[in-house]
Design a protein around this ligand. Structure first.
Ligand code: NAD
Length: 241
């Protein structure tokens, strides 16, 4: 654990953080992601079976990013990052770019990013804005049919796990925003933080989740209201320490 004057903060965010910006969550009322079953668009098997459908799905998600804006919760988190006196790490499961658009720096996309593609042949990761088809050549190695969305699909290993695990070993305040707590390993981070001695575990969500019992504080309500309020509280407390 860090010194009391410089508490280490780790944030885990999920689709609920961006919901009020107009980015659909995974498990809405129908349990689908933008009308698709997860197995059809977010697994390596789906990409082998129907690459056209998978590419089309992520092409649409990438284009849709142009129509959304960060909300008050994204802005509040970057205010927290800039003013926090201790260690700070924001781990997001989100694949959108709304946090970086407001200036987030200490941010890890553990499930990848919509605006990147990866060549499965030469392994190059590239910034990408335009649609990808099964015929798009990799600009690096020239092979066609090898570019895939740089998204971590179900059954694949999330990015930055070692870095995240190290941060959880010394976290003093763990804040979880807008995640359903059913996608592992992210859903297990709150328990790991507690096992490492973190005594302040805060969940922000519209409603209780399957992992709520592991938290020491719950804030129920929209992230655009609850996150700015919580950030004000945390920063005020940090100034009193
Ligand atoms: P999820 O869709 O499974 O759960 C969303 C959670 O957010 C729910 O618990 C819901 O109650 C809560 N929520 C919804 N609106 C909220 C609001 N306004 N304020 C606070 N909470 C709100 O999302 P997940 O747990 O992040 O897991 C889904 C996976 O889907 C992730 O791996 C992610 O990569 C992917 N995904 C990403 C995006 C994105 O990038 N914005 C969107 C959809 C899915």
């Amino acid at each position: 654990m860090a010194s009391l004057t410089h508490p280490n903060l780790v944030i885990l965010s999920g689709a609920g953080l961006s919901a009020e910006s107009g980015v659909a969550t995974f498990r809405g009322t129908d349990g689908l992601w933008e009308g698709h079953r997860i197995e059809d668009v977010a697994t390596p098997e789906a990409f082998v079976r129907t690459p056209e459908l998978v590419q089309h799905f992520y092409n649409l998600r990438r284009v849709a990013l142009k129509t959304v804006e960060p909300n008050a919760a994204h802005h509040a988190l970057v205010r927290l990052e800039n003013a926090w006196p201790g260690g700070f790490l924001h781990v997001t499961q989100n694949v959108d770019d709304l946090n970086e658009r407001v200036g987030a720096k200490r941010l890890l996309h553990m499930h990848g990013q919509l605006k990147k593609v990866r060549c499965v042949w030469c392994r190059t990761v590239l910034d990408w804005e335009s649609p990808v088809t099964v015929d798009t050549p990799c600009p690096e190695c020239g092979r066609t049919g090898k570019l895939r969305p740089d998204i971590v699909w179900f059954g694949e290993m999330p990015y930055y796990i070692d870095e995240i695990m190290r941060a959880l070993e010394t976290v003093d305040i763990f804040l979880c925003i807008g995640t359903s707590g059913v996608v592992y390993p992210a859903a297990g981070f709150v328990r790991l933080a507690a096992e490492h001695g973190c005594q302040r575990l805060i969940e922000v969500n519209l409603k209780p989740t399957g992992i709520t019992s592991h938290f020491t504080e719950e804030r129920h309500g929209p992230a655009s209201i609850e996150v700015p309020r919580l950030v004000d509280e945390l920063l005020a407390e940090s100034m009193r320490i």
